[in-house]
Design a protein around this ligand. Structure first.
Ligand SMILES: Cc1cc2nc3c(=O)[nH]c(=O)nc-3n(C[C@H](O)[C@H](O)[C@H](O)COP(=O)(O)OP(=O)(O)OC[C@H]3O[C@@H](n4cnc5c(N)ncnc54)[C@H](O)[C@@H]3O)c2cc1C
Length: 503
């Protein structure tokens, strides 16, 4: 049984702010007593179990000492430019250098398994807070994060049954500006974070009626949205099809370039001296009922067996000298779609994460095409276009239950193009620059699994499905709090919700 401590300085609150944009304390991540009860949760039902990494002896900052593996990453450099403030997550803006580091002085190494946007974000935040972190991934910056469009769009992606997810998304979106500013400060990289909103358009009368109902639902939740006529939509985005009858603008929705984000995270980790070991974790080492570390396998990727050709070179070197076993006080499992099974972990401990395939394509336009994200539902399936600052437009995406299949198919690309052309007829003129398929880490309830497991010393940060980029700042902050020994009560992301339901 885990401790049920009151959260210490917990900022969870109940509201969806009118301007989701920049307020770090704005929104609850949990089903607070004061806030709207998430749909799908039984009224008055049992509160989700607390999140706490203090489940066993390993989490108490115990006595084992883990020596870091090869630390050939360059030492910290003084970041250039930009105001040096915290995200305010822990109590408002404050110069980072002045803040006490929450994980400094804690003995024992933290190993993060998986270097996608979730694992890298958690590792970076933990390292910034003074933890001794090692990241292990044969292909860091790969996985679903390499495929993702990068929409930070909790409002325009809202569905009637996913209010908990919406709450998490709105909270994380509010953390993005601070997260991006600090990451740019630490890496020197621009993430192409944009906040011009998402325009969700409708064609037929039925579509329009459905969009109208959705707008009313959003208004009831105090979400900031504006209803627009077809003409108003085209005034905002002149390339939209004449058949567009109306739309909803979610002005606070944003987007970012996930490939830049993972690259910046790797640079920032390098500058903080965090080793990124380009190997696969073959096994979690457990003794006496507690995690002791991880055993490394080969350099091959988890599913495909290696780094894909055509990938931009990443900035870190393999630390090469990594020992076969890396001791760790705490292991954070952030292996995306591969999280559901890892040798060494007892049965029933890991959350049921499955791969949900998504094919996506990148096009280049010869002229500025769109100023905001545009989406719609065509032939019953959602399609979106996401413009980048460099003239690229991302078109996506399929949702397929195909196991660990990452083949790009003609049919998948055809569906995306067919549907995108309904929204913006000009897309077929644009140059194709990239096509890729990624595996979203899906869970049965579409919520991520973030928190301790029944195995002391093993934390999970996975299952982010369609929203791992959006949810990365919130997830990383939660992981830091858990690593610091904090217990987070009443949280919808507790991995143990799956343990309980499977009993
Ligand atoms: C087509 C598509 C579009 C998307 N668009 C968006 C979007 O617009 N906005 C959004 O927020 N989200 C989007 N997503 C979802 C988002 O990409 C994921 O939720 C997110 O990338 C998950 O991040 P992750 O770090 O958990 O997993 P991943 O990025 O998959 O990373 C997992 C990593 O774990 C590593 N790994 C696996 N097994 C091992 C092992 N045994 N040892 C060591 N390392 C291991 C892998 O190599 C991989 O690098 C999209 C996804 C897809 C596929």
């Amino acid at each position: 049984m885990r401790r049920v401590d009151p959260p210490d300085g917990d900022e969870f609150g109940p509201k969806f702010p009118a301007a989701a944009g920049n307020h770090p304390h704005a929104v609850s991540t949990g089903g607070s007593a004061n806030g709207p009860k998430p749909a799908g949760e039984p009224p008055g039902g049992p509160a989700p179990p607390p999140l706490s990494a203090a489940g066993g002896p390993s989490a108490s900052g115990g006595e084992r000492r883990a020596d870091p593996p090869g630390t050939d990453a360059p030492g910290p450099k003084k970041p250039a430019g930009h105001g040096s403030t915290s995200t305010g997550v822990d109590g408002g803006p404050q110069r980072a250098a002045e803040r006490p580091k929450r994980l400094a002085g804690r003995r024992g190494r933290v190993v993060v398994v998986g270097g996608g946007v979730v694992g890298l974000s958690a590792a970076w935040r933990a390292a910034r807070e003074g933890a001794a972190v090692t990241v292990i991934d044969p292909d860091p910056g790969g996985g679903a994060s390499y495929a993702a469009a990068g929409m930070l769009a909790p409002v325009s992606e809202v569905t009637y049954t996913e209010e908990s997810l919406l709450r998490l998304g709105v909270d994380s979106l509010a953390r993005w500006p601070g997260f991006a500013a600090e990451l740019t400060e630490d890496s020197g990289d621009d993430l192409d974070l944009r906040s011009a909103g998402t325009l969700d358009v409708a064609f037929g009368a039925d579509d329009l009626a459905a969009l109208g109902e959705l707008a009313e639902f959003m208004a009831k939740l105090d979400l900031p949205v504006e209803r627009l006529t077809g003409r108003e939509c085209r005034r905002l985005e002149p390339l939209l099809a004449p058949s567009v009858r109306g739309g909803i603008l979610a002005p606070g929705d944003s987007w970012v370039n996930p490939r830049r984000v993972t690259r910046a995270l790797l640079t920032a980790l390098s500058r903080l001296g965090v080793p990124v070991v380009r190997r696969r974790v073959a096994e979690v080492v457990v003794a006496g009922g507690t995690v002791q570390g991880v055993r490394l396998g080969g350099p091959g990727g988890p599913a495909s067996g290696g780094v894909r050709p055509g990938r931009a070179p990443l900035l870190l070197q393999d630390s090469g000298e990594a020992p076969e076993t890396i001791p760790a006080e705490q292991v954070v499992l952030a292996a995306g779609a591969w999280t559901g099974s890892l040798p060494g972990v007892p049965d029933g401990v890991l959350p049921p994460v499955r791969p949900v395939k998504g094919q996506i394509m990148r096009l280049r336009t010869p002229y500025p095409a769109l100023t905001r994200c545009v989406r719609g539902t065509v032939h019953g399936s959602p399609v979106y276009l996401v413009p980048r600052g460099d003239g690229e437009v991302v078109l996506g995406a399929t949702q397929e239950e195909m196991g660990f299949d990452t083949r790009v198919t003609a049919g998948g690309l055809w569906e995306i193009l067919r549907d995108a052309r309904e929204l913006v007829p000009g897309v077929t003129e644009w140059e194709v620059t990239d096509v890729v398929a990624g595996l979203r880490p899906g869970t049965p309830d579409n919520l991520p699994a973030i928190g301790p497991t029944a195995l002391p010393g093993l934390l999970v940060a996975s299952g982010h499905h369609r929203g791992g980029v959006l949810l990365a700042p919130l997830t990383a902050d939660l992981v830091v709090r858990l690593l610091a020994g904090e217990t987070i009560v009443d949280h919808p992301c507790s991995p143990s919700r799956f343990e309980e339901s499977s009993r």
